[in-house]
Design a protein around this ligand. Sequence first.
Ligand code: AMP
Length: 176
Amino acid sequence: MRDLRGLIRDVPDFPRKGILFKDITPLLASPDALAEAVRALAARTVRPDAVVAIESRSFIFGTALALHWQVPFVPARKFGKLPGRTVREVYSLEYGEDTLEIHADALHAGQRVVIVDDLLATGGTAAAAARLVEQLEAKVAALLFLIELEGLGGRERLASYPVEALIAFTVAEEGA
Ligand code: AMP
């Protein structure tokens, strides 16, 4: 596999002091690397019935995977952005909470769904997306991440699901 890791740029103190932000734009700027990342993510699981991606960076990978597998793309968005009837889940952030929604008719009972996000940190965002899928009685077949920040408890929090990440960084080393 290409050196995708080398195309993730560390930006200290963004968006707040003390956060080491993992900037994926160098990877996005390389068509070869982006294609490789999508191929590698797709290879981590079998073709699902639908792809759910979490606003907004994961729309890039989620769209590519939905096209790769030729399955529906389902956006999970922040509260108030989707026009139709929705189901919602509230989840905790470092400061306060946020709400994710998907359209209530976007998934059907029994469908096998892959959830995609750019980065796994504490797992709170991905866990909320998984609960949305389950509210609609669909099944979470796998959660795919480009990046995993190890040491923040994300994988443990998602222990009841198959979790795959292409690139791992250890937070202790990174100081994230
Ligand atoms: P969490 O819910 O804690 O797993 O956080 C995951 C979400 O926050 C993902 O959608 C990421 O895009 C974003 N995120 C958290 N930490 C970082 C980081 N160090 N660099 C870039 N994005 C991050």
